[in-house]
Design a protein around this ligand. Structure first.
Ligand code: DOR
Ligand code: ZN
Length: 351
């Protein structure tokens, strides 16, 4: 046994499906999965089929998370462009704004021509997280420079996209980005075996793309799970929806690469804790931390997972490094597979 303490992971990109698709996940099951993965704070996206755009939707979701969450949390606001005039009232209640410029399962799309208005009206001190794929990256980065917004490009997956971001980061300190474990640890070649369980947006990349991401991790600000569960039934169907879970496997995968000499502990802390705090202006409580056994070797098994979807694209993978205990604001919330706090223990980090 070799127990070390890490600051609780902050995952700034999850889809907990509550309300809207609670048969896939809800705020309780999703935050249990977070604790099992050493994640002490999750930032939840405007949900599939239930986009949080207006005050009523936002307050309803705040109520649900308040009742059910077992780790700390924050919410994003979504936009279709219709709620721009309400930004001022709503921005204080959320961690940031999420915009989708590329269509993905059920999420509200922002028409491209409304981008300048959104950038102009969203408070400059608050983050805009952008789901952009391919050719639209340049457009967003140009507008971000013009309007001086804090822009965070999420799930960067290709060499080309990361090159564009690295290039603008030289002159624009307000641009940050993240990658997901599935875009680092899997490639297009895995889709053959994974079938529906490898279908995600942005799609898994080529080996040369993932090599480039690994080679430029110093220029990437965070790692996020983009935890997006769908049922097993849906994933084995002929037309599987895109999205993969990730809360329970992110830290073990990173610890495994530590043993392989690829990442240092300081890299893991920077990507999962200090940068998320810096980018979102969030000061995490010193009593929120994780104790991991660095030496424990174990295997990811679908049946052991806490996520309601009950599967992982990393099923069968061998890991070295396991979450033993999780503390939140000084309270032991998780130990050896067991959740020790009641529903509603988790707090909204936006006061
Ligand atoms: O594959 C994806 N699924 N990508 C996204 O951006 C959203 C997610 C979902 O909510 O299912
Ligand atoms: Zn997402």
């Amino acid at each position: 046994m070799n127990i070390i303490r890490l600051p609780g992971l902050i995952d700034i990109h999850v889809h907990l499906r509550d309300p809207g698709a609670t048969h896939k996940e809800d705020f309780y099951s999703g935050t249990c999965a977070a604790l099992a993965g050493g994640v002490t704070t999750v930032f939840d996206m405007p949900n599939k089929g239930y986009d949080v755009i207006n005050q009523q939707e936002l307050e309803n979701k705040i109520g649900i998370a308040t009742q059910k969450a077992v780790c700390d949390w924050g919410l994003y606001l979504g936009t279709d462009g219709e709620n721009i005039s309400n930004f001022e009232n709503l921005a204080d209640k959320v961690v940031g704004l999420k915009i989708y410029l590329t269509s993905t399962t059920g999420h509200v799309l922002l028409p491209e021509e409304l981008l300048p208005q959104v950038f102009e009206k969203w408070p400059k001190t608050k983050v805009i997280v952008c789901h952009i794929e391919g050719e639209k990256t340049g457009l967003v980065l140009d507008l971000a420079a013009k309007y001086k917004n804090k822009i965070h490009v999420t799930h960067v997956s290709t060499k080309k996209q990361l090159e564009q971001i690295i290039d603008v980061k030289k002159n624009n300190l307000n641009i940050t980005c993240d990658v997901t474990p599935h875009h680092l640890f899997l490639t297009q070649d895995d889709i053959l075996g994974l079938k529906g369980f490898g279908m995600v947006k942005p799609p898994l990349s080529t080996k040369s793309d993932t090599d480039f991401l690994w080679g430029h991790l110093k220029e990437i600000d965070c790692i996020v799970t983009d935890h997006a569960p769908h049922t097993m039934e849906e994933k084995i169907s002929d037309n599987p929806p895109t999205g993969l879970p990730g809360l329970e496997t992110m830290l073990p995968l990173l610890l495994t690469t530590y043993h392989q000499g690829i990442l240092g502990i300081e890299d893991i802390i920077r990507l999962t804790n200090t940068n998320p705090q810096k980018i979102f202006g969030y000061k995490q409580d010193d009593g929120s931390y994780v104790e991991v056994d660095m030496d424990e070797e174990w295997m990811v098994k679908n049946e052991d997972l806490k996520t309601k979807c009950g599967w992982s694209q990393f099923n069968g993978w061998k890991m070295k490094g396991r979450v033993r205990r999780v503390f939140i604001r000084g309270t032991k919330a998780f130990e050896d597979g067991k959740i020790l706090v009641d529903q509603g223990f988790g707090k909204n980090i936006v006061k």
